[in-house]
Every structure is written in structure tokens, then in C-alpha cells.
Design a protein around this ligand. Structure first.
Ligand code: CO
Length: 210
């Protein structure tokens, strides 16, 4: 277990190790940020974007919140998305959920936790949209796992409905959107959906003047 002081020591050792393996690594990164990927993941400490994808600083632009939500009134998420899609011009946006997500689990109960109730409200809508399928799953674990998958799929669909993504599609036919679910017990990600750039949405979600 790391103590606070160890974090500082670890950082020094890490920076030295990176520089030893790849001299000039940090000084090159100072001048350019050119990631190909935007990661929208859960804040859960067990699902770190860089480690589980084997990527280095500079390769993934990251936004994390509880239960990897794409909430269309969240100025934080929208700012990250706009910068990633329209300025950095990422090629792929990945929404990565994970089995065992406490946020999804909390949303499936009738218990109030606090302000997070409001944040998780949209997950209850995911349940409403897929109630028949979810309720037909016999085990509680099965229903929970499926809700994690469906929640990721709905967030990816919500990305496709944003003017930001649709402007990217209109301007440069990118980015592609992807939904993943990470399994805590083996460290493996599973693809649950893909929406390639330019995929037609329901007419009311298509902004024809972009
Ligand atoms: Co989570």
C-alpha cells in the first residue's frame, strides 16, 4: 500500500525511468498534444485509462466521472468533448464502463445517497428503456451486468446525438464512437457497440444544417 510520501517518490522514480527508456520523452511532449483517442470512463480507481490500454502520456485524452455518463447538460463533459473532437480531432471516442460499477448498482436501488442521486438519474432512464429485457434476466448479477452494458451503449448513443460529434462527422468524417465494458476480475475489455462516423441517427437527432 502506498503512503502519501511514497507517491512523490514513485513519481520521481517513474519520471527517471521514462527518461532512461526514452531520452527526451518529456521534452517532446511539452510541445505537442496529439492524442488519437478520447476516453470517457468511470472514476473508479480500478479502471485507469492508460494502464489498461497500454498507452503512454500523450496518447489518450481523458474524461472520467461516476458511471461514465454522457449527460447532455454537463458543461464539463461537453467542454472535454468539444476540445477533443473539434480541436484535437481525435479519431475515436471510447466510453468505457465496467462490471461491478457502484454507480450503476446504486441507480438500480431505491436508496437515496445524496447529490449523486441526481447524477445517476439517467441510469434509471436506461432501465426504463430496457426494462423488459433486464427484468427477464433471472439473476440479480445478470441484471446488474446487463445494465452496465446497456448504460455504456446508451451513453455512446447520446454522444452521437450531440452537435459536437455531428459537426466532427460533417467536417472530417470522424470520430468513430465505441462502447467498452471492462471486467475487474480479469482486466479484459469487451466491446459492446460501435457507431462509425456518419452513422444515420433518427431524423429528429440529425442536425441537417451542420
Ligand atoms: Co464505476
Amino acid at each position: 500500500m502506498n503512503t502519501y510520501d511514497q507517491l512523490i517518490r514513485n513519481n520521481k522514480a517513474w519520471a527517471e525511468d521514462m527518461e532512461r527508456k526514452d531520452p527526451g520523452f518529456f521534452s517532446r511532449l511539452v510541445h505537442v498534444q496529439n492524442p488519437e483517442f478520447l476516453w470517457i470512463g468511470c472514476s473508479d480507481s480500478r479502471v485507469p485509462a492508460n494502464e489498461i490500454t497500454g498507452t503512454l502520456p500523450g496518447q489518450i485524452f481523458v474524461h472520467r466521472n461516476i458511471a461514465n455518463m454522457v449527460v447532455n447538460t454537463d458543461v464539463n463533459l461537453l467542454s472535454v468533448l468539444e476540445y477533443a473532437v473539434l480541436v484535437l480531432k481525435v479519431k475515436h471516442v471510447i466510453v468505457c464502463g465496467h462490471y461491478g460499477c457502484g454507480g450503476v448498482k446504486a441507480a438500480m436501488t431505491d436508496q437515496s445517497i445524496g447529490i449523486i442521486d441526481t447524477w445517476l438519474r439517467n441510469i434509471k432512464d436506461v432501465y426504463r428503456l430496457h426494462k423488459e429485457e433486464v427484468d427477464a434476466i433471472p439473476s440479480e448479477q445478470g441484471r446488474f451486468d446487463r445494465m452496465v452494458e446497456l448504460n455504456v451503449m446508451e451513453q455512446v448513443m447520446d454522444l452521437a446525438k450531440t452537435t459536437i460529434v455531428q459537426r466532427g462527422w460533417a467536417d472530417r468524417n470522424g470520430p468513430d464512437l465505441h462502447g467498452w465494458v471492462y471486467r475487474l476480475s480479469d482486466g479484459i475489455v469487451h466491446s459492446v457497440c460501435d457507431i462509425p462516423a456518419g452513422t444515420a441517427q433518427e431524423p429528429i437527432h440529425m442536425y441537417g444544417n451542420l
